[in-house]
Ligand binder design. Structure first.
Ligand SMILES: [Zn+2]
Length: 397
């Protein structure tokens, strides 16, 4: 078998008429063998005209491969004048199917920049391949089975624009994503949910959003649940951080003690179970020396228990008990936080009935941040949203 015949196996229906090589690349000229095939399957010898297309192929022996391909327009008895169909090349494509599947195989494991270095393809070309791949991968939701929702907002890139993500609380399939976080921005979701709005039992969300009003309009029977993850994060920012900084400032005279308190952010906000013995010791000592930090730490732990009550009655009693201790503590940021939280109490106690898995919401939030960091630079919102949907295909019920 001659070298040229061997090589022609890569490009069915074509033969190699010229090869140019240099240390980093190989260039092949390919011409068609015989009759042309229409996309309907018809073979014909009737050729209308021909032209040359420049195509990129997968690397060979570490060298980039470019092709000059003579493509023809044929006269098909069924379809008229059409471009002939080539098995290894999509119509209008600039790369072969072989290179495309190679890129598709790399996309789940390598960043676009690296794939671009390996294949020599422009990142934009690779991004388009990824978009097509993801669009095919993402399945439309089965609306009739959706009963509980979770809604969250996140900042889009570095600007002040926001996006809203809505997921199925039982499967964690992302059902919808849209730019904006106002009522009119999320309305299209409820419009696509249509008659299934009536079957929604509960919706988990952060406090202080426009979401609850829109939910009440479309799903008046649904209970609103304020999720633990957001409340705990808010408690960390508005109470623990505030008290820690206030305490550090009172220790101006004692530089070492001041630095010690200032550096305690991490151990205070982290779940105690996730600390090692050394960190737990540090936390215990810090709390024993500082009454206010001790109080906000313990009341923070107690606050979380509101989400794990057996029924709403128990949750309401626990709230009363918590509220009493907050008022008695006299710690201003803590009291202010509790006062802001109070109007949302109904959405917290309802979590005793409609339990939502907060760990998953937190995981989702973190994953979106990660995807955002990776997709930063493309500034392609459609691509970013597709990536999020593909990352949350939904677990079996
Ligand atoms: Zn045809």
């Amino acid at each position: 078998m001659s070298e040229l015949t061997f090589l022609a196996q890569f490009w069915e229906g074509f033969h190699v008429t010229n090869i140019e090589t240099n240390p980093t690349s190989i260039h092949f000229t390919l011409e068609p063998n015989s009759s042309g095939r229409c996309r309907c399957g018809q073979l014909t010898n009737s050729i209308h005209d021909s032209s040359w297309r420049n195509i990129q192929d997968a690397t060979m022996l570490g060298r980039k491969v470019s092709l000059a391909v003579k493509t023809r327009r044929i006269v098909c008895p069924n379809c008229g004048v059409v471009t002939e169909s080539i098995r290894w090349l999509e119509p209008f494509a600039r790369i072969t199917k072989r290179l495309q599947s190679y890129v598709e195989g790399l996309l789940p494991i390598l960043p676009i920049k690296h794939i671009s270095e390996v294949t020599g393809l422009h990142w934009h070309t690779i991004k388009q391949i990824d978009k097509a791949r993801l669009a095919q991968q993402v399945k439309a939701p089965n609306w009739s089975r959706v009963k509980r929702l979770v809604m969250d907002e996140f900042a889009l890139f570095k600007g002040h624009r926001y996006a809203t993500v809505i997921a199925d609380a039982d499967t964690y399939q992302v059902l919808w994503i849209g730019v904006g976080r106002a009522r009119q921005h999320i309305r299209p979701f409820f419009e696509s949910l249509g008659e299934h709005c009536q079957q929604i039992e509960a919706v988990a969300m952060d406090m202080n959003t426009a979401f609850d009003l829109e939910v009440k309009q479309h799903c008046p029977q649904a209970r609103i649940v304020y999720d633990l993850f957001h409340v705990v994060a808010k408690y960390g920012r508005e109470v623990v951080d505030r008290v820690r900084v206030d305490q550090a400032n009172q220790l101006k005279h004692d530089k070492q003690a001041r630095r010690w308190v200032k550096r305690s952010r991490w151990v205070l906000l982290k779940n105690r179970d996730n600390l090692n013995t050394h960190q737990q010791g540090y936390l215990d000592e810090l709390l024993s020396m500082n009454r206010d930090l001790m109080v906000v730490y313990l009341l923070g732990e107690q606050l979380k228990e509101l989400w794990y009550c057996e029924d709403e009655e128990q949750a309401k009693n626990l709230w009363q008990c918590w509220w009493q201790q907050v008022i008695e503590s006299g710690i201003k940021p803590l009291i202010a936080f509790a006062q802001r939280l109070k109007p949302y109490l109904h959405g917290i106690t309802s979590s005793a009935i409609y339990r939502m898995n907060t760990c998953t919401l937190e995981g989702m939030n973190n994953k979106i941040k990660l995807i955002k960091r990776m997709a930063y630079g493309y500034r392609d919102i459609e691509y970013f949203f597709l990536k999020i949907k593909a990352a949350f295909p939904g677990k079996p019920r």
